[in-house]
Design a protein around this ligand. Structure first.
Ligand code: PRT
Ligand code: ZN
Length: 226
């Protein structure tokens, strides 16, 4: 039972890498809010479009629960949580509507620098540390490789030095963090950037028109940025 609503609610990262560029994009779309940036909720002034400032990992769940209507989140987070739902037999609820051109990174497999890398088969029987267990398991299954996935919620790149894992599957942008831990990237599982995530089924109330307006403006802003 979907509640009828006449305001659109967008969840964005409160701080972190995507917070400022997300706000900047929405501001460039002509949106404006009353509350200060450190609050949970920002009330839209120019359009009935409100913001929820949250942790990035919470965004897919907030969309799934209908607490918010749209979200700006890394594709890596969206895909990981979608794979988790699929794994649990839950229906897909959020989908990628637009790629936003910031927050670019890769989800890579990296191995110790001194490995003579021969290909994916070398990972057979290895322990691989990751914060993205679903995406990693799915890729391993696709390659027909049996390996142990070691779930770590942070500091994945130090796991090999600590003896917790043989290899890692982690986000990489410059590659400096891998290098500092004597690791080298060997495979890319996912190319990621910030995306606008929204519902699989279209809105049937005022939110439909608001979303159309927002998407049109966003497309205009993205075109100018190119
Ligand atoms: O507090 P909250 O939970 O909201 O934030 P968070 O700490 O979980 O996320 P945050 O802000 O670190 O990242 C948010 C999103 O930014 C990620 O989900 C990715 O989509 C995107 N992103 C882009 C990155 C990176 N680039 C990145 N480099 N996320 C993480 N990293 C890590 C990387 O794993 C490494 O540890 O940053 C470190 C530096 O990377 P290198 O390769 O430049 O050394
Ligand atoms: Zn997070």
């Amino acid at each position: 039972a979907d509640a009828v609503r006449d305001r659109l609610r967008i969840a964005i990262q409160k701080s972190g890498r995507l917070g400022d560029p997300s706000r900047a994009l929405l501001t460039a779309c002509g949106l404006d809010w009353r509350e200060s940036r450190d609050r949970l909720f920002c009330y839209g002034e120019t359009l009935p479009v409100d913001l929820l400032l949250v942790r990035d990992d919470d965004i897919p769940g907030l969309l799934a629960d209908g607490v918010c209507d749209l979200g700006i989140v890394g594709r890596n987070v969206l895909e990981e949580q979608a794979a988790e739902r699929e794994q649990a037999g839950a229906p897909a609820v959020a989908t990628e509507l637009r790629a936003l051109g910031f927050g670019g990174c890769r989800l890579d497999i990296a191995v110790p620098e001194d490995w003579d890398w021969q290909g994916p088969g070398q990972l057979r029987g290895c322990r691989i540390a990751s914060s993205y267990p679903q995406l990693l398991r799915r890729w391993l299954a696709g390659e027909g490789i049996e390996a142990e996935v070691v779930m770590l919620s942070g500091s994945v790149e130090i796991a090999p030095r600590l003896g917790q894992a043989d290899a890692v599957c982690d986000l990489v942008s410059s590659g400096a963090t891998l290098a500092a831990n004597q690791l080298k990237p060997v495979l890319t599982l996912l190319r990621s950037e910030a995306v606008l995530a929204g519902p699989v089924r279209p809105f049937t109330d005022a939110r439909a028109g608001l979303m159309q307006t927002l998407l049109r403006r966003m497309d205009g802003v993205m075109r100018l940025r190119h």
